[in-house]
Ligand binder design. Structure first.
Ligand code: ZN
Length: 182
């Protein structure tokens, strides 16, 4: 089932999501809906609070992107936590399904170490770099109530403010279902 994507400035996107202690059939179905929603919107990552549920879940699939990074199967991360960041940073243009039409270059660490559980609540610790690390950081930011524009320099953020106001008003066109209410 395709779910509507909540857009800025819905409060669920500013809330810190709750950790999952026990997997359930309901959550499994929700995760498959998250994938369907992400693919329908041509996204490469989606956080649960972007579809209105305050749970620490993100789905990622960078396979169709034009990245040169190695092929990576679709990934579900439950309760993801970034445990280490590289000193080396990279600037890369990001967009967000909750911020239709807004794109900007964000500086982030190039590589991370992340701890998370899969759908069977099996725990993993892995390292990622390149586009995968970029998307993981963007999505884990969502789970902590952060938008990518909050990582822009003050001047770039000011430049984005007009677009943000339009998105908050719901004055946007979108090729996928959105929920722009409060
Ligand atoms: Zn996003």
């Amino acid at each position: 089932m395709i779910l509507p994507v909540y857009t800025y400035n819905h409060p669920v996107l500013k809330s810190v999501t709750a950790r999952i202690d026990d997997m359930s059939d309901e959550i499994q179905v929700f995760v498959s809906n998250m994938f369907e929603t992400m693919y329908n919107a041509n996204g490469i990552g989606l956080a649960a609070n972007q579809v209105g549920k305050g749970l620490a879940i993100t789905v990622i699939d960078i396979q169709d992107s034009e990245s040169e990074s190695e092929q990576e199967p679709p990934l579900v991360m439950i309760n993801p936590v970034i445990e280490a960041f590289s000193d080396e940073v990279e600037e890369f243009e990001e967009g967000c399904l909750s911020l239709p039409d807004l794109h900007d270059k964000v500086v982030r660490p190039l590589a991370i170490q992340v701890r998370y559980c899969d759908l069977h609540m099996k725990q993993y610790v892995r390292e990622a770099d390149g586009l995968l690390a970029r998307v993981m950081q963007h999505e884990i930011d969502h789970l902590n109530g952060l938008y990518f524009f909050e990582r822009l320099s003050p001047i770039r953020r000011t430049l984005a403010s007009g677009k943000l106001k339009r998105i908050a008003r719901g004055d946007i066109e979108s090729a996928y279902p959105i929920f722009s209410g409060q």
